[in-house]
Design a protein around this ligand. Structure first.
Ligand SMILES: Cc1cc2nc3c(=O)[nH]c(=O)nc-3n(C[C@H](O)[C@H](O)[C@H](O)COP(=O)(O)OP(=O)(O)OC[C@H]3O[C@@H](n4cnc5c(N)ncnc54)[C@H](O)[C@@H]3O)c2cc1C
Length: 447
């Protein structure tokens, strides 16, 4: 078959690669002038690439590790000890090992013990998500760990990721986070190991592109899909269309091609915007029922280290961001000729006022908060800055989400949709995008 794959993120590239392996010829259309989607890199100068959004892997991420092996790049992934902290009540509390939980004074000792015991119980409780699907994380945590643990730890974390929808988030999502990523037993019990590819995520995208092209396909960056019509006639937008936003309807048309099958890996609303063919009503309702929050991510190059930790969760609601991720506390600065990089993370509801600000204005808003974490922080530490926004960064996984997920098969023969809304109950990530890309190829071939 001649297949159009829409989106050159991890799912789209993996899907096209899997189809190529089975003798199909794929053209991959990508809106952005680069590969990798949410895991795309930027050139930070000096010959170094860095992801626009902080990225690492967990040791449980076996699908992407297997892909690296398969592509002949097994040495690309390096595993390094992580360090995590919680910023709460005016200071950063280390939160790397179970012992740190016992020392976490913002919670009473009884709450600490109860929380640790509840996490262990979850991790030992088997791999069936069903008991957690019908209950909100808030209810479950308050009953299993106590109101204090929700108020001081889990509530702020959920609010950080899901804003005012925090109280509605399904326990299934939190169960996935707590049980799948790392066990509090065995060799990782004292310090978690995180993976990062030696030369950023970019070589993986390049290897997938080469394999797709070797099979006769094309990987077309800066060529967004504008419209998808009956008979799989695909209209693509003019170069530079990405400058006018994400809605395919506003792109200027630049040409058309016809395909025998289409796999779309774009967010639900983008998919909706390009559809010029009939899909079953129930399917469209599922697409429309899922909301996303936007990631607003500030990447700073600093002239010195900001925290002693790789990952700091912000549990203080006064601070206007949700996490501080010091990349060069996971990957040594020597890898970047001594340069240091810090991401300041945020997830915001669409239309939030911070989303309309430029990098300088965001820094001005974040500065007092950054100083709360490190009182010595000064703007003069900042040597360079980059600001990125990802509108469909985080599907809002409320109670009953599992029943609303759109299937891969759209109801139109040979039209598949595969995007982050279908990653469940796991938290979306590049590992699951690899799995999803393979599943999308299978779904297309199965018909
Ligand atoms: C802030 C943040 C931090 C993250 N941290 C991690 C992490 O630490 N580890 C991890 O594994 N994962 C992490 N992720 C998640 C991970 O990046 C995603 O789950 C994964 O990359 C999704 O891949 P995808 O291919 O499904 O979707 P996407 O990457 O969203 O790919 C969709 C592609 O479609 C393209 N597109 C959009 N419109 C059009 C159009 N009209 N025509 C053609 N193409 C179009 C997009 O440009 C994009 O390239 C993070 C994500 C964010 C936002």
């Amino acid at each position: 078959m001649r297949v159009a794959v829409i989106g050159a993120g991890v799912a789209g590239l993996t899907c096209a690669y899997r189809l190529t392996q089975r003798g199909h010829v794929c053209d991959v259309y990508e809106r952005w002038p680069g590969l990798g989607g949410q895991a795309a890199t930027i050139d930070v100068g000096g010959g170094h690439l860095l992801e626009r959004y902080y990225h690492h892997l967990f040791t449980s991420d076996r699908h992407i590790a297997a892909l690296y092996e398969e592509l002949g790049m097994p040495d690309e992934l390096e595993w390094r000890p992580s360090s995590v902290a919680f910023f709460l009540e005016g200071r950063s509390w280390p939160f790397t090992s179970p012992v740190d939980l016992l020392r976490f004074r913002p919670l009473s000792l009884a709450s600490r013990i109860r929380m640790g015991a509840a996490v262990l119980r979850l991790q030992r409780g088997g791999d069936d998500v069903a008991p957690f699907e019908g209950i909100a994380a808030r209810e479950w945590i308050r009953s299993a760990m106590g109101a204090e643990a929700y108020a001081k730890v889990w509530g702020p974390l959920l609010r950080g990721k899901f804003g005012d929808r925090a109280d509605d988030i399904s326990m299934a999502w939190l169960w996935g986070k707590l049980t799948m990523r790392r066990k509090l037993q065995g060799k990782e019990s004292r310090q978690e190991l995180l993976g990062y590819p030696r030369r950023s995520w970019e070589p993986l995208f390049g290897a997938l592109r080469d394999a797709i092209e070797a099979g006769g396909g094309r990987v077309l960056i800066d060529r967004p899909v504008k419209r998808l019509s009956a008979g799989f006639e695909l209209e693509f937008g003019a170069p530079g269309s990405f400058r006018s936003g994400h809605d395919p309807r506003v792109f200027d048309a630049a040409g058309r091609e016809r395909y025998e099958a289409v796999v779309a890996t774009v967010p639900n609303d983008v998919f909706r915007g390009m559809l010029d063919l009939e899909l079953p009503r129930d399917y469209l309702q599922r697409l429309d029922s899922i909301e996303y929050h936007t990631a607003l991510c500030l990447l700073l190059e600093l002239d010195r280290s900001f925290t002693p930790f790789y990952w700091t969760n912000i549990a203080d609601p006064e601070l206007p961001f949700v996490g501080v991720i010091e990349h060069t506390n996971l990957i040594p600065p020597e890898r970047y000729d001594g340069r240091r990089f810090l991401y300041v993370a945020n997830y915001l509801a669409p239309g939030h006022e911070l989303l309309s600000l430029d990098a300088e204005a965001v820094i001005a808003r974040y500065e007092p908060g950054l100083r709360r974490i490190n009182p010595a922080f000064d703007r003069s530490w900042i040597k360079a800055r980059w600001l990125h926004r990802e509108p469909a960064a985080q599907p809002i996984v409320t109670v009953g989400y599992g029943d609303r997920i759109p299937p891969l098969q759209t109801g139109v023969p040979n039209l598949i949709l595969a995007n982050t809304t279908q990653i469940y109950p796991e938290d979306r990530g590049t590992n699951y995008a690899v799995r999803l890309g393979g599943d999308a190829a299978d779904a297309l071939i199965a018909g």
